[in-house]
Design a protein. Structure first.
Lengths: 163, 703
């Protein structure tokens, strides 16, 4: 990855940043399909708590995942400001559409790939697999998420078995 | 010529498989005594277009092979050769072989050269063997016959076959167009280009006839050509290219190998077919070719095991749709767009006096949407003949193997069913037909003794009945013997001895696993697996199967299937705040109950006594962890008695909401399988409801 970036200094990607319990997170904007307000979902029985349920998105059934619960952050009531970011996740050759619940969307940032810092190693206790890296913007840290790894359906299932 | 041919491959393969099917059905309808030349023509056309196509795409193996078939068929067509049953059988085998080859090429695997060579030599034996017997019938010396044949201008054909064996070939063409060739719109350059695609083309133009510049008429063609094409090409392909200019030129097509012509011709006369295959011919390149073939064979051998292991990878599934259906669809979409813009207009400056207009618009939109849905569904509908067309072959093969005389009658082949149903119904039907062939129809002698016509009949019938398609397999064979079935079931311990069963229940015994009444096993049927699989397959399609039989008169097996797998009749039930859909086909009955009517069984949950039968109760609230809604209400609820895979159980829900047709959406598309849920659907208010997987729940309750 690093050699790749060095050879091409001007590679810039756009990231959509959003708020979650006071922290800023970012996802690649190319993965974002749409952003919509929170609405009631249909609960799927016997799934981990962070899988809130499924939503009818113009005829396809899309699972919705609460990132607060996924990241074990304190829970908060959904408000009219709560948004669902619908993401297109690639997994192998197939594509999945999934939604994540976030407190609010903030901005679209142009981030030079070179400026993305590797996520620090927190030791084996904290899993940084789902992080693409960190970015500092206006002295605030933004955690850039790797959507494909975070929302991989197998991963979602795997976590369930750990819980 | 830098067009990427691979984009046409899919179409080519589809056409080939269609061609093969046409050939197969043609071969099967051939009546030995009375040859219908139209049928032979159909078969010939099938072979011809496969040959042409495979040549174009560079699948020379297929082209070569088809060429031999074509030669045989051509002789049959011209009446030069008798159509005999062995020949037809060999041709049928060749159709199978071609299908294998094409499948292998389609999946980018190596063609199984060994089996191709086997079929090829079988074809040649027929081809040569037939000739030999014909030649022998008039008591003339063989040599003479050969020269006679030569005189009848069969030369190119013979040499051509020979050279295909050797794997190398070329043609010399003297092409001398008449002066007005260009006026007919033909362009020699185009012909040459086509020739060049077949093989390596060398052209020599003879310009001695070209007049001086002042006398030159630009619209006249004064040049003649000597052409040489090197490559593995059949004479027919060359002739096909020149088809259009046939009347406008003088032309002579000769094989390059003519120099060594005398040798192959003598070979041809050799009555021993094996000799044809040995490449002892002094033709230019056989030495080079032989090792190549050998290595290929080796390669394919080593890959044989892999071939079996690799499944048919990523085959793009496509569907052929009538243009009419698409036109209707486009028309419909147009209507919807118009209605939508009309509604938009109404909404723009809405006032109460426009309410009537709005209502009218909405009604129109509803009608159009319904039509649209129907015509989209129609696209997925295929005539059931896609399945039925395979059976004449099956019946033909098996009946000859069993020495039975059986006629297959197809009725209602144009009945349309959903594509998914077409794909899934094939295996169960094959099984049922094999059963009818093997167990149903008696041996000819037995039939005559029973006062029936010697030839048995199996009728395969499809028709629509109220949102279902019914497929019936009717045979006039010996029928099911109730007493024998009962005795067998008792003997195998499948039922209790003193059980009283209705006729229907007795017949249904044959669906029990491990049940077979056949006295002896054959490779066709009789191992007692199968019927239970058939029933499970059909039930998984949401259908059911029914048997009507009369001893000595025959058996009718009727399969009822839903027209489509995309829509399901469902009963929506409420559990707390959640709504679930229970497939209507699995519901036996629903009962209003109170808590007191359930019996607790220590350690085993709850049961409900329904007419002297204790059924396990599944509390939907509990197994789906639903905590919403009014808990006091669960003191009473509705028990929905459902059946899944032959087991009954009760689902305890809060209330029944209503029946509706729901469109099935997959949960797996964006998520994964969830236990107890077979899919999802969207309700009228736009929210999602989960469809319950009844067999899954039943399994769950037993566990």
């Amino acid at each position: 990855m690093t050699t790749d970036v060095q050879s091409n200094n001007s590679r810039v990607e756009q990231f959509l940043t959003f708020q979650l319990a006071g922290e800023a997170y970012g996802v690649e904007i190319l993965k974002v399909q749409e952003i919509r307000g929170w609405e009631a979902v249909r609960v799927i029985p016997n799934t981990p708590a962070f899988v809130k349920g499924v939503l009818n998105l113009r005829g396809s059934v899309v699972p919705i995942i609460d990132l607060r619960e996924r990241f074990s952050l304190e829970h908060c009531e959904y408000s009219p400001k709560t948004v669902v970011i619908v993401l297109c996740v690639e997994h192998g050759a197939s594509q999945f559409v999934m939604g994540i619940v976030a407190d609010a969307v903030s901005d679209v940032l142009d981030i030079n790939l070179e400026e993305i810092k590797k996520s620090p190693n927190f030791g084996s206790k904290i899993d940084t697999r789902y992080m693409r890296g960190m970015h500092v913007y206006k002295k605030k840290m933004i955690m850039l998420l790797d959507v494909d790894k975070l929302l991989n359906p197998d991963e979602v299932e795997g976590i369930e078995s750990l819980v | 010529m830098s067009i990427d041919m691979s984009q046409f491959h899919q179409v080519f393969f589809e056409e080939c498989f269609e061609g093969l099917e046409a050939m197969e059905s043609g071969l099967l309808t051939l009546d030995m005594g009375d040859i219908d030349s139209e049928i032979i023509n159909t078969i010939f056309r099938g072979a011809h277009s496969i040959k042409g196509g495979s040549g174009t795409f560079g699948f020379t193996v297929v082209a070569d092979y088809t060429h031999i078939m074509e030669t045989l068929l051509d002789e049959m067509r011209d009446g030069r050769r008798q159509v005999t049953q062995p020949a037809v059988d060999v041709l049928l085998g060749s159709v199978d072989c071609l299908r294998e080859m094409l499948t292998a090429i389609q999946n980018e695997q190596d063609v199984n050269n060994a089996s191709v060579a086997k079929h090829k030599s079988a074809l040649e034996v027929v081809l040569n063997g037939g000739t030999v017997t014909e030649e022998l019938s008039p008591p003339v010396e063989q040599e003479a016959v050969v020269s006679e044949e030569l005189a009848v201008n069969v030369v190119p054909d013979i040499v051509e076959e020979e050279s295909i064996e050797l794997g190398e070939q070329g043609w010399k063409i003297a092409f001398c167009p008449y002066l007005d060739l260009l006026k007919t719109g033909n362009d020699p350059v185009r012909l040459f280009r086509e020739l060049n695609e077949l093989g390596d083309l060398t052209t020599t133009a003879n310009i001695q006839d070209v007049p001086g510049f002042y006398e030159l008429d630009p619209e006249e063609c004064n040049i003649s050509w000597d052409l040489k094409v090197v490559g593995d090409i059949s004479g027919d392909e060359i002739r096909e290219i020149f088809n259009w200019v046939e009347g406008d030129c003088e032309m002579e097509i000769q094989p390059l190998a003519k120099a060594v012509k005398s040798t192959p011709v003598v070979k041809k006369a050799d009555p021993e077919p094996a000799a044809v295959i040995t490449p002892s011919n002094p033709a230019p390149k056989p030495v080079e070719v032989k090792p190549k073939v050998a290595t290929e064979t080796k390669k394919s051998d080593s890959q044989d095991a892999d071939n079996d292991a690799t499944k048919n990878t990523a085959k793009a599934s496509s569907i052929r749709v009538d243009t009419d259906k698409i036109d209707t669809l486009i028309n419909m979409v147009g209507e919807v767009v118009i209605t939508q813009s009309m509604l938009g207009l109404v909404g723009e400056n809405f006032s109460m006096d426009k309410v009537g207009q709005l209502k009218r618009g909405l009604a129109q939109l509803e009608r159009h949407t319904r039509d649209l849905q129907q015509s989209v569904m129609n696209i997925r509908m295929l005539p059931i003949s896609f399945v039925f067309s395979r059976f004449p072959r099956l019946v033909h093969d098996i009946s000859s193997k069993l020495d039975k005389k059986i006629a297959l009658k197809l009725v209602g082949e144009n009945t349309e069913v959903d594509k998914a149903v077409v794909e899934l119904i094939n295996d169960p039907l094959v099984h049922l037909i094999r059963n009818s062939l093997d167990h149903g129809i008696e041996m000819p002698a037995d039939r005559v003794a029973a006062g029936k016509p010697e030839t048995g009949t199996i009728e395969l019938k499809a028709y629509h009945r109220g949102g279902h398609i019914v497929i019936e397999i009717i045979d006039d064979g010996r029928g099911l013997d109730k007493d024998k079935l009962l005795a067998k079931a008792i003997e195998k311990g499948l039922i209790e001895e003193n059980n009283l069963l209705t006729e229907k229940q007795i017949f249904e015994l044959i669906f029990m696993p491990g049940f077979s009444t056949a006295e002896q096993l054959t490779d066709i049927s009789g191992r007692g697996v199968g019927m239970d699989v058939v029933r499970r397959n059909i039930q998984s399609l949401g259908g059911n199967i029914e048997i009507i039989s009369e001893l000595g008169k025959g058996t009718t097996i009727a399969i009822h299937l839903p027209l489509t797998l995309a829509i399901l009749d469902g009963q929506s039930v409420a559990v707390g705040d959640e709504t679930y859909i229970v497939p209507l086909v699995s519901i036996i009955e629903s009962i209003n109950i109170t808590e007191r009517m359930l019996n607790k069984v220590a350690g085993k949950g709850e049961t409900f006594r329904l007419r002297n039968e204790y059924l396990p109760v599944i509390r939907m609230r509990r197994i789906f962890n639903v905590h919403s809604g009014n808990p006091t209400k669960s003191k009473e609820g509705v028990l929905v008695v459902v059946e899944g895979q032959g087991e009954l159980c009760c689902l305890l829900v809060d209330e029944l909401l209503g029946q509706q047709q729901v469109v099935i959406k997959s949960l797996e598309a964006n998520y994964r399988r969830v236990e107890g849920v077979s899919g999802a659907t969207i309700l009228g208010d736009g929210s999602v409801a989960l469809i319950l997987d009844v067999p899954g729940l039943v399994r769950f309750s037993i566990r």
